[in-house]
Design a protein around this ligand. Structure first.
Ligand code: ATP
Ligand code: FE2
Length: 331
């Protein structure tokens, strides 16, 4: 079956086309445009306008790149939530229009679950991982237990990506700041103590952010601050991920989300996995960040397990939680 997926929860409007072959996911195309705010953080309505401007062309481009005809598409799926209302609505409207035009079924899917499923779908031997999902707005440790994807730990305040981006904005680094902070951190030599906040299985980053900004005002070297932020925040993430693995007795760990591009984060989690004799997986970069292919793949899994939605059921849900999804496609 061939599915076209539309992603639009936040900065990215993406369209991907996937095909299932022996229960694995083959990505036929995966194209996207990322909204870059001129200054400050994301403005939901401006991001939605950006998405509306590009979505039709992206659909055309995805179909061309996949080398299929629009009539070959069996299913349309879209990111139903969680995310920013105006962005979600734009992606959903485009998906509905396409499904109605092609006269094909439509499914709304959970964005966070899609991050996990695309790893299982595209990586050989990745079957039952604990997902460390780290992006701008989201920071969650997710694993399958008793019919659902459960959130074992998450941020109590801001996402790790937002933490890095906010610090970057304070010190005058262009958005997205994560990659530039990573480069600066490589030149750091001195560790500056920062709050290491873990409550139960949850993490928090606003204290770390405030203190990092204070170090900057006091004239500490930017390289040392970036280095210390990464060491502290990523260690906390690795710790809660390890605890979730121990608790669920799983021996696979998967990274997802834009921050998974970070080499230091990858390294810390890889070392933790090796010490536990567990497998470590990261999808390719364009499947780690927000993208249409992961939305398409989750659509395939849901459809094949018998889930159907009427157009009037395809409303968006800004607070669509990971554990609200009934996982009918897994044992
Ligand atoms: P969402 O929260 O809805 O999943 P998002 O729009 O924040 O989505 P992503 O594309 O998953 O989207 O991630 C973007 C984030 O990843 C930004 O905060 C960016 O700074 C961060 N990031 C990207 N590359 C790196 C890196 N090498 N190191 C650290 N952070 C990075
Ligand atoms: Fe995401």
């Amino acid at each position: 079956m061939i599915c076209l997926g539309v992603e639009g929860t936040a900065h990215t409007i993406g369209v991907g086309i996937v095909k299932d072959s022996s229960d694995k996911c083959r990505v036929l195309s995966n194209v996207m445009k990322i909204y870059q705010p001129e200054h400050g953080g994301i403005h939901p309505r401006e991001a939605a306008n950006h998405h509306a401007l590009y979505v039709a062309d992206l659909i055309k481009e995805a179909i061309e790149k996949a080398g299929v005809n629009s009539s070959d598409i069996d299913l349309v799926s879209f990111s139903q939530g969680p995310g920013l209302g105006p962005c979600l609505r734009t992606a959903a409207t485009a998906a509905r229009a396409l499904a109605l035009t092609l006269n094909k079924p439509i499914l709304g899917v959970n964005h966070c679950v899609a991050h996990l499923e695309v790893g299982r779908g595209t990586i050989e031997d990745c079957n039952d991982p604990v997902l460390l999902y780290t992006s701008g707005a989201n920071t969650q440790v997710i694993a399958f237990a008793e019919g659902r994807y459960r959130v074992f730990g998450e941020t109590l305040d801001i996402g790790i990506g937002n933490c890095l981006d906010k610090f970057g904005r304070t010190v005058g680094i262009d958005f997205p700041c994560g990659p530039k902070i990573e480069k600066l951190a490589m030149k750091g030599e001195k560790y500056l103590a920062l709050p290491y906040t873990i409550k139960g299985m949850d993490v928090a980053f606003s204290g770390l952010l405030t203190m990092a900004e204070q170090y900057y005002r006091k004239g500490e070297k930017i390289e040392d601050i970036c280095f210390s932020m990464q060491e502290t925040a990523f260690a906390a993430l690795t710790e809660v991920t390890e605890r979730a693995m121990a608790h669920t007795e799983k021996n696979e760990v998967l990274l997802g989300g834009g921050v998974a591009a970070n080499k230091r984060l990858r390294n810390m989690v890889r070392i933790m996995a090796e010490e536990r004799d567990a497998s470590f997986f990261v999808p390719s970069k364009d499947l780690c960040i927000d993208n249409g292919a992961m939305i398409a793949w989750l659509g395939v899994l849901m459809y094949k397990s018998g889930i159907r939605m009427k157009i009037e059921e395809t409303f968006i849900d800004q607070r669509f939680r990971t554990d609200m999804v009934d996982v009918t496609w897994r044992e």
